[in-house]
Ligand binder design. Structure first.
Ligand code: NDP
Length: 258
């Protein structure tokens, strides 16, 4: 997508993007920096973060790469402290890292279940715990404060073999609704984005043949979303005046039927 938002509406803001080493996170980190935010980029693959940091710096942005496994609560807290020291407290958190591992429930792939729960649920909660004090402080100072959690259309769609992945994303969507009740009163905006098929590395981890075939067909047959599309939406949500909270957004490729 060509950029739609103009100017630098995020000047002076400090963003944190998890899952920034590829896909939606990488594109969003780039876009938030172009819109004026200083951006902390968080993921495990150091080489990818270094390359992205170089791109953002070359484009004139300010970036802090942080090699962190978000399932490690202490490491996430240390990252939050580093963000505060290096860039100032965060006022925009794109809580996005996630993994999709598809299997029939009676295959009992319990390690895959656990990996998804550890990252998509516990990792998301670790990020909230470490950065919520930053967000409430930003809101108390009278500025905008945004927490955007990445859910999925899988949160509501009934897709065979997606039970555990969909369960983790349903958790994220409902968590977001409930958190908004409390945090909206403190002027922290809380949003869940629920994308359909985005062309990223996410399907690379899927070994189930049915699910792989279904996703490959979507990528082949329709004009799927790209990371840049999601980045523009996140830029839009966070550029709105502080009293406007887009709380739940379903973002589909136009031609995706379900
Ligand atoms: P990618 O696989 O491209 O990105 C996933 C990101 O998460 C990577 O940057 C990866 O980096 C990071 N990550 C994985 N494990 C950890 C960890 N333990 N700690 C820190 N970071 C980690 O996929 P997408 O960009 O598509 O996925 C982003 C989000 O979007 C996910 O939550 C996904 O569920 C969701 N989503 C994706 C859709 C799609 O069609 N692609 C549709 C709907 C939702 P690294 O390996 O370097 O740590």
């Amino acid at each position: 997508m060509s950029p739609l938002i103009t100017g630098r509406p995020l000047d002076g803001r400090t963003a944190v993007v998890t899952g920034a080493s590829s896909g939606m996170g990488a594109a969003t980190a780039h876009r938030l920096a172009a819109l004026g935010a200083s951006v902390a980029i968080v993921a495990r693959r150091q080489d990818r973060l270094a390359a992205l940091a170089e791109d953002i710096t070359t484009a004139g942005g300010t970036v802090l790469p942080l090699t962190v496994d978000v399932t490690d609560r202490a490491a996430v807290q240390a990252a939050a402290d580093e963000v505060a020291n290096e860039l100032g407290q965060a006022d925009l958190v794109f809580n996005n890292a996630g993994v999709q591992l598809i299997s029939a429930i009676d295959e009992l792939k319990v390690d895959d279940w656990q990996r998804q729960i550890d990252l998509n649920v516990t990792g998301v909660m670790n990020v909230i715990a470490a950065f919520l004090p930053h967000l409430t402080a930003a809101a108390d100072r009278g500025g905008p404060a945004d927490l955007i959690n990445t859910s999925s259309i899988a949160a509501t769609r009934i897709l065979e073999k997606f039970s555990v992945y969909s369960g983790t994303k349903a958790y994220i969507s409902h968590l977001t609704r409930l958190m908004r009740v409390e945090l909206g009163q403190k002027n922290v905006r809380v949003s869940a984005i629920e994308p359909g098929m985005v062309d990223t590395e996410l399907p690379d981890h899927v070994v189930d043949t049915d699910a792989s075939t279904m996703m490959a067909a979507l990528l082949r047959d329709i004009d799927c979303l790209r990371g840049d599309d999601i980045a523009e939406v996140v830029g839009f949500i966070t550029s709105l005046p502080r009293h406007v909270n887009l709380s739940e957004l379903t973002i589909l490729p136009t031609a995706q039927p379900l």
